[in-house]
Design a protein around this ligand. Structure first.
Ligand SMILES: Oc1cc(-c2ccc(F)cc2)cc2nccnc12
Ligand SMILES: [Mg+2]
Length: 214
């Protein structure tokens, strides 16, 4: 994805979006990505799969790894019950700044808590923030961190029987060590949802749902 996408997207959003409306923000981002240039948001096709898993899980404590511009944070937050806690972690401060404005403009500040820093440093802090465990984790950051971060979540005691891990891009760009780990681990029950790369119907990608059975 091209350098500076997040800044060009933000300029477009500032000019066109209807404030206070998360669904309008999601549609505005998708329209930009289909008609102007594609960004590495989960997108509308895989986003629907994510929506269905969130609604099926009905989680009260959620973690997202990889905020980018805030698109999937809005998709998730839109489907969470009242008084749920949702944390999203972004290590790139420029992306985080864009996400903060997009989340604010969509009127979702009170539903989403963004943490800026490396996931490996952020994950050990959640117990101290009063999080006992996560009901759902959306993994959508650097593919080489999928496996170590899920291992760290378990080590920190942040997974409980029934916790759901949803991983984006398990085909393209792909995270083979994660897929190998989670599918051959008796502590997880995994399901693959074949789909397509965001904004590219001609490229195969998939989402993997892994339920922690402990
Ligand atoms: O969904 C995604 C897509 C891509 C990506 C890479 C290369 C391409 F050509 C197109 C898309 C990168 C991602 N990085 C982190 C989290 N999610 C990503
Ligand atoms: Mg992704």
């Amino acid at each position: 994805t091209a350098e500076g996408f997040h800044l060009r997207l933000l300029e477009h959003v500032r000019k066109t979006v209807k404030p206070g409306d998360a669904s309008n923000m999601i549609a505005t981002i998708d329209n930009y990505c289909y008609t102007v240039e594609s960004g590495m948001n989960v997108g509308d096709v895989k986003g629907k799969i994510l929506d269905d898993i969130v609604l099926e899980t009905n989680p009260t404590t959620v973690l997202e790894l990889g905020t980018f511009c805030g698109y999937s944070a809005l998709r998730i937050a839109r489907n969470l019950p009242e008084n749920s806690r949702f944390f999203t972690v972004e290590f790139n401060p420029e992306h985080a700044a864009v996400a903060k404005e997009i989340i604010h403009t969509a009127g979702m500040d009170d539903k989403i808590q963004m943490l800026i820093g490396p996931s490996q440093e952020m994950i050990p802090q959640f117990k101290g923030m009063g999080v006992s465990h996560f009901d759902l984790v959306f993994v959508d950051h650097e593919k080489d961190l999928y496996k170590p971060d899920v291992i760290l979540l378990e080590k920190e005691g942040l997974l409980k029987k029934g916790s759901v891990i949803v991983a984006d891009n398990v085909v393209y760009p792909g995270s083979p060590d994660y897929i190998d780990y989670v599918r051959n681990n008796p502590k997880f029950k995994s399901t693959n949802y074949m789909s397509e790369l965001e904004y590219h119907k001609d490229v195969v990608d998939a989402i993997e749902k892994s339920i922690y059975i402990g």
